[in-house]
Ligand binder design. Structure first.
Ligand code: BGC
Length: 711
């Protein structure tokens, strides 16, 4: 008999339910009464899991209570939102997505896991895999962007990075894929609202990244707070049991979102907490995060016949098995024991800097003002995000400290010691005060170039931070227009957790960069790109809207019966704007210039089971070495159901010296051209498939070839 079964035989009902109970340890600091409750809960076995506690000493102290003072000595599982770094803070997830670099995604997760594990944490509530197409939704900052293929690559890379090769290793964390599912589709981008999504879209767009995380061995999954097409996810047995455990074969632990079990009452599907607890448990939710519904009400749910002991036991077994896999039974203190400094691996700040500069997207460079001239003597750095270290940490800072951030101002000063750099904020991020604009203008008078650092505060995106206005907050537009009116070269950095709509800015500024929230090395990274020490490689993982009225906006739409045609009234557009984005998915400039040609598919007549080779020539036409990013899209133009205009199937990068020409080749299995059929099985229909390759999803700039799938 395994350890879990042996333990189960000894456990009281209360001890069993304790293993399904996760409590926020932040209570520890809110008052002595609650501290006593927490200690008492651990000792009596009523609390089996904690969140929001870290630090070697802090975690060791509570672990000792569980191991030495509780009846069965079962170690605690301690979870934390280690999202984009723990002590060392990397770019926010949306910015990381701009790297299109699974190796780097894995590396930053590995370092985050090592640091958090040193602090006694055993599980992270990441990766967040919600495909997001609506920037009103604040949590788009935590997402991998609009594309399912990208989200799936991120699922695998982050899971590998957090979990390492062996979950029991002292530097591994259990990963939690979240939030299953379609959270990004909340109505009108409003936080916690309902998501109305067809079965097909669920299976084609929102679920595949979760299936991919399961294939990568993810230890835990978190259902979303919301309801999907009327089924609250915390009680959604069809998806959690039927699809996730049944079809995908997930055997790990399901952890509710914060207080979500009790919130089933608000959803209107449970009359009391007892029913809520029963619904969630029966749907397969093993751990109740903070609502207290399980610990308070599962005994009564048993009495009322709403749940069975077998269901409780199955959940307890899964939790114990996770603790076992994490090595907690063998050595409950294996995390929370910092290794010798020498064992810490490559310099984390260097990795943070590399990750940050690779996340920056050069949106425009109209007058080739960038890179800055090496001999530049005088620079004005203006705007409320220039010297705002705390904001650079983004929406989940974990243990990261603002005092460790290199601000944009500091980064540029360090990079340009010969240059006189003057700084004024001009306006606040979100205030109405414009008194500082005049001084900022004066400061610009003698500058050769103005770097204008605009954007949002970190708190304007993330959870519970939806916005209806996607423009620059406060009086930043007034500041920007006053500076643009000076007629000097103006470079704009946009620090934000979402794309910001500002067509007037893109029209007038000499260069604009999406710099998101880049973490501890933000300033060095921005300076690397502005000075040309680093030739930008970041690409947009989402379509950047011109106006909030266009959202949700994404490239892989279904074809319309009356497709958009400029100037044609009865075509799919708006009266006041074209339907096209400001910048398409995949957009991002380099200081080099690449030309693509000679796209070929080989062979062109294929059978199911074959693999084709798609190749093209890439030419660096510029006198500067650089990296090109190539996107491969497929389209099935005639099928039994309409297929999207473009579907991403692969991304490759080519590093080219000045003037160099190279060939890039993909091997594309024909099975990748299948779609989700009536029974949610993959269907491959014979006929012609188009293959398109380009530097973004801009349809007017794609190269195309075709293959014929024979019957
Ligand atoms: C968020 C989750 C997070 C959890 C624990 C919730 O409010 O939705 O993403 O993991 O809190 O902090």
């Amino acid at each position: 008999m395994g350890r879990s079964d042996a333990l189960l035989q000894k456990m009281t009902l209360e001890e069993k339910i304790g293993q399904l109970n996760m409590v926020a340890a932040s209570r520890v600091v809110t008052g002595p009464g609650e501290l006593r409750d927490l200690q008492e809960g651990i000792r009596t076995g009523r609390i089996g899991n904690l969140l929001n506690l870290w630090g070697a000493d802090e975690t060791r102290a509570v672990q000792r209570l569980a191991v030495e003072e509780s009846g069965l000595g079962i170690p605690l599982l301690m979870g934390l939102d280690v999202i984009h770094g723990h002590h060392t803070i990397f770019p926010v997830s949306l910015a990381e997505a701009c790297q299109f670099a699974p190796d780097l995604w894995e590396k930053t997760a590995r370092v985050a896991a090592e640091e958090a594990a040193e602090d006694g944490v055993a599980l992270t509530f990441a990766p967040m895999l919600d495909v997001a197409r609506d920037p009103r939704w604040g949590r788009i900052i935590e997402s991998p962007g609009e594309d399912t293929w990208v989200a799936s690559r991120m699922a695998a890379a982050k899971t590998r990075g957090f979990q390492g090769r062996d979950l029991a290793a002292p530097n591994s964390l259990a990963a939690t894929a979240k939030h299953l599912c379609a959270y990004g589709a909340v109505t009108a981008g409003r936080e916690y609202a309902s998501a109305e999504v067809s079965e097909r879209t669920l299976h084609e767009t929102y679920l595949p990244p979760f299936a991919e995380s399961v294939r990568a061995g993810v230890a835990a999954i978190m259902p979303a707070f919301i309801d999907v097409s009327g089924a609250p996810m915390t009680a959604n047995a069809k998806l959690l049991q039927g699809w996730l455990r049944g079809i995908v074969g997930f055997e790990g632990v399901l952890i509710s979102d914060y207080n979500a079990v009790a919130e089933l009452l608000n959803h209107g599907v449970a009359a009391d907490l007892v029913e809520a607890a029963a619904l969630a448990l029966n749907a397969g939710v093993d751990i109740d995060m903070t609502s207290g519904a399980y610990i308070q009400c599962l005994p009564e749910a048993l009495d009322r016949g709403l749940v069975t002991m077998a269901t409780i036991d199955a959940s307890v077994r899964r939790v114990l098995e996770l603790k076992e896999r994490l090595g907690l039974f063998d050595d409950p203190y294996r995390r929370g024991s910092p290794p010798a400094q020498a064992a810490r691996g490559p310099d984390r700040r260097e990795l943070a800097r590399d990750a940050a500069r690779k996340a920056i997207v050069l949106l425009s460079n109209r007058t080739a003002v960038l890179p800055l001239a090496p001999k530049i003597k005088r620079l004005a750095i203006v705007g409320p995000l220039a010297a705002a270290p705390g904001e650079m940490l983004g929406s989940w800072a974990s243990a990261g400290k603002p005092e460790d951030v290199v601000s944009i101002l500091e980064g540029l000063k360090a990079a340009l010691p010969q240059c006189q750099i003057d700084h004024a904020a001009g306006v606040d991020i979100d205030g109405q005060e414009i008194g500082g604009i005049a001084a900022a203008i004066d400061l610009c008078a003698s500058a050769e170039v103005v770097v204008l650092c605009l954007g949002e505060s970190a708190g304007m995106s993330g959870e519970a931070a939806s916005r209806t206005d996607l423009g620059l907050p406060g009086r930043q537009r007034a500041l920007a227009e006053a500076i643009l009116d000076l007629g000097k070269p103006v470079v704009v950095t946009l620090s934000s957790g979402r794309p910001l709509t500002a067509p007037w800015l893109f029209e007038r500024a000499d260069a604009v960069l999406a710099t998101w929230f880049l973490g501890h090395e933000a300033g060095h990274a921005v300076a690397d790109v502005l000075t040309g020490t680093f030739n930008p490689t970041g690409r947009l993982p989402l379509s950047w809207p011109r106006d909030v009225g266009q959202v949700p906006i994404f490239y892989n739409e279904l074809p319309s019966g009356r497709p958009y045609a400029p100037g044609v009234h009865y075509s799919s557009t708006y009266l006041d704007l074209p339907p096209t984005p400001q910048f398409p998915f995949g957009h991002g400039l380099s200081y080099s210039r690449f030309a693509l040609s000679d796209l070929r598919c080989k062979p062109t007549r294929v059978k199911a089971g074959d693999t084709i080779e798609v190749s093209l020539a890439v030419h660096n036409e510029s006198p500067l070495a650089g990296e090109a990013t190539l996107f491969l899209f497929a389209r099935d133009p005639v099928a039994s159901i309409p297929r999207p205009l473009l579907e991403l199937k692969g991304v490759q990068k080519a590093v080219l010296a000045a003037g160099e020409r190279t060939e890039v080749t993909w091997r594309l299995p024909i099975k990748d051209l299948s779609f989700v059929g009536a029974n949610f099985e993959p269907v491959l229909e014979p006929g012609r498939f188009e293959i398109h390759v380009g530097q973004s999803a801009d349809p007017s700039r794609l190269l195309s070839c075709a293959v014929e799938l024979m019957t």
